[in-house]
Design a protein around this ligand. Structure first.
Ligand code: NAD
Length: 360
């Protein structure tokens, strides 16, 4: 019998790292209830049981529980489409982990299935609320560095290899699926009104034998802004998380905190360029010549990074309201489709070693 509550009842499918993260996010909310979990791994089910959670012995049981309004899918990537469709056909709303599916055709099929069954379907683009991303977004919106020309967004780990199912092609392993989808979604939502006209992608497996553990992706927008997105699992020196070139200044963010880095703008004055001195290194070797030499301090304005305050969890606040029909979902179907149009173009580009001319 259905419990008497207007809290959104949640069932989690896949109770590994991210399934537990969803449990942690939701356990202290007063508008949701985690009813139970299902995982194919008995150890994970036992662990959940020890935590005092409801545990289903198969997925059907979970899908037929009338107390469950929302199914959260947090399994390896290749299982997402099938589990989402089953849940939607059982008239459950679905939040699927990213990447929601493996390709554009699957994305369209799952969205159609959600519409046919009158259920909400969304994906966890939690990185739209990362502080570093919001700092870049705010700085660009406020034109602090003028018009952006090139945006570098990158992250590198030190582990060397992709691990577990992330190293297996059939499971949807590799960094383009894993981190690429986050960084692509961030880049596209910086420019929602501009089309991507060119996609070039290079996938490499440097230390992981079968999947990309390093990729470089270039997106060219119709406003001539170029973005370089790179991800790798093996870099033992630090690189900035973001580096944005503008026509009036430059922004650098060193890490995910959004608090380390800086914004510099040029202060133009009559003699500014005369103050630039090239300098020689010891032994008479040339250092940066005049074009590459730094500006004098008087000609640089240091600007504080925009302050970002993150209150609560906007993604979940929206999800719960959208399930109650009080608002529309914040991560839209159109955005999910656009992400996968880019993903498909990126894989095609890597396969054919060529630039894809697109209008996405
Ligand atoms: P994980 O390996 O830690 O957990 C996956 C769990 O799914 C395992 O417990 C496994 O036993 C279970 N499982 C596998 N097949 C299943 C099936 N058919 N039915 C039920 N359970 C099944 O992996 P993870 O790191 O938690 O990643 C899970 C998903 O979350 C992936 O899609 C990943 O890309 C995503 N993820 C998202 C973020 C984010 O920031 N949004 C971060 C990490 C992972």
């Amino acid at each position: 019998m259905r419990r008497m509550s207007n809290k959104v009842g949640i069932g989690i499918v896949g109770f590994g790292y991210m399934g537990n993260v969803h449990y942690e996010i939701t356990r202290n909310r007063d508008d949701v209830d985690v009813i139970g979990i299902y995982d194919i791994d008995e150890q994970k089910r036992n662990h959940a049981s020890e935590m005092g959670l409801g545990v289903y012995s198969n997925m059907n049981e979970l899908l037929h529980d009338e107390n469950i309004d929302l199914v959260i899918v947090a399994t390896p990537n290749d299982k997402h489409a099938e589990i989402c469709m089953e849940a939607l056909k059982s008239k459950k709303n679905v939040l699927c982990e990213k990447p929601a599916v493996m390709n554009l055709a699957e994305m369209k099929a799952v969205i159609d299935c959600a519409k046919e069954n009158g259920c909400l379907f969304t994906t966890h683009h939690n990185r739209r609320w990362d502080k570093d991303y919001l700092v870049v977004k705010k700085a660009l919106n406020e034109k602090v560095i003028g018009n952006p020309t090139t945006i570098v967004s990158q992250t590198f780990g030190q582990r060397g290899i992709c691990f577990g199912w992330r190293a297996i092609p059939e499971n949807g392993g590799g960094m383009l699926y894993d981190w690429g989808i986050h960084l692509i979604d961030q880049m596209l939502t910086l420019f929602p009104d501009n089309k991507v006209t060119g996609v070039y992608c290079r996938l490499r497996n440097i230390l992981t034998p079968e999947v990309d553990d390093y990729f470089e992706l270039e997106l060219e927008f119709d406003n001539e802004i170029v973005s370089h997105i790179s991800v790798g699992t093996f870099a033992l020196q630090d690189t900035p998380r973001w580096f944005v070139f503008g026509d009036e200044g430059t922004l650098r963010l060193d890490d995910f905190s959004g608090e380390v880095g800086g914004i510099r703008r040029m202060i133009h004055d009559e003699n500014g360029l005369e103050r630039i001195k090239s300098y020689k290194q010891k032994g008479g070797h040339l250092g940066p010549s005049r074009t590459m030499a730094p500006l004098a301090k008087e000609n640089i304005e240091e600007i504080d990074l925009p302050m970002i305050e993150i209150k609560g969890n906007e993604f979940y606040d929206n999800l719960v309201k959208a399930i109650h029909g009080e608002c529309t979902q914040i991560v839209t179907h159109e955005e999910m489709i656009r992400d996968f149009e880019i993903m498909d173009a990126a894989f095609n580009s890597a396969k054919t070693k060529s630039r894809m001319n697109v209008s996405i």
